[in-house]
Write a protein that binds this ligand. Structure first.
Ligand code: ATP
Ligand code: TZP
Ligand code: MG
Ligand code: MG
Length: 264
């Protein structure tokens, strides 16, 4: 059985401490997929919410001192109770504050997975890669080597997204070629992917690498179909159809369209 089928069967609770730009889109995307979103950042409850969840997703998109503390409390509670934690280091490298906070989070919380664009992941592991706000900037470097290095350093699965996605746990590495450029014209598609990874990890029985690869490929397949169905329309129509496809792509369609390559 695929992890996708298991998400829909188990309807995992996904605890999100995320940014104010993408909160509604993320909740709707998780619901469409078949997961159960829970947005909660009050210090009084985040430890309890993390403990009862199938996964915890931390996203620093619009961070402030309150949410940083929420993330530390939730992440450490998740670690204590064996709940996988996924981090989206939105804009790491764009400002010193984001870089510093990301470093504090990764040193105090054991991640199951890290998902970001190439500039963000590079900055998390102390490498220079230019960025433009929350978007990846130009840069030259070996993205595969970067994913492997980051995975070994953080002892987790690392997902670097872009035209092609690189997913590595340091030992094994996959390239996923699904997706569509129009994803870059809808804000929050990276953030929602990070939460979708959380939903897949929640049903993974600890197989974080394989579940992440499937999550990323599934997400790209949904985007490809949505882009086809809304060709000649704009990002608004695509966004709506993309939510539809997160609900409608079956394990059979996914299997037929997934483009996953394992590196040897
Ligand atoms: P950024 O802010 O740099 O756009 P992000 O956090 O929004 O980063 P992306 O790298 O855009 O995240 O990844 C989000 C989704 O979009 C992933 O599924 C990725 O595969 C897909 N994607 C991004 N760029 C392309 C592209 N040029 N072609 C196909 N798919 C893409
Ligand atoms: N500004 C702060 S967070 C955010 C913006 C525009 C959303 C970023 O979303 P994504 O998924 O990285 O495109
Ligand atoms: Mg984007
Ligand atoms: Mg992002």
């Amino acid at each position: 059985m695929t992890y996708l089928a298991n998400v829909r069967l188990q309807n995992p609770l996904v605890h999100n401490i995320t940014n104010i730009v993408v909160t509604n889109f993320t909740a709707n995307g998780l619901l469409a997929l078949g997961a159960s979103p829970f947005m909660a950042d009050a210090h009084e409850e985040v430890q309890d919410v993390a403990k009862m969840s199938g996964a915890v997703v931390l996203n620093i998109g619009t961070l402030n001192d309150h949410t940083i503390q929420s993330m530390l409390l939730a992440g450490q509670s998740a670690n204590t109770h064996g709940v996988p934690v996924v981090l989206d280091p939105v804009g790491a490298g764009a400002t010193a504050y984001r870089t510093d906070v990301t470093q504090a989070l990764t040193s105090q919380i054991q991640l199951a997975a890290l998902r970001g664009n190439v500039a963000e992941v590079a900055n998390v592991v102390g490498e220079r890669w230019s960025s433009k706000g929350v978007d990846a900037g130009e840069g030259e470097g070996d993205v595969i080597a970067l994913a492997q290095k980051a995975a070994r350093k953080l002892v987790c699965t690392v997902i670097i997204t872009g035209k092609e996605d690189v997913i590595s746990n340091g030992d094994n590495t996959y390239i996923v070629s699904n997706g569509h450029p129009i994803l870059t014209k809808v804000t929050g598609t990276g953030c929602l992917l990070t939460s979708v990874v959380g939903a897949f990890l929640a049903v993974s029985n600890g197989n974080f690498l394989e579940a992440s690869v499937e999550a990323v490929s599934f997400y790209g397949v949904a985007a490809e179909i949505a882009a086809r169905l809304t060709a000649h329309q704009g990002p608004g129509s695509f966004q709506v159809e993309f939510l539809n496809q997160l609900a409608l792509v079956t394990p059979e369609i996914f299997k037929e369209m997934s483009q996953i390559k394992k590196l040897t």
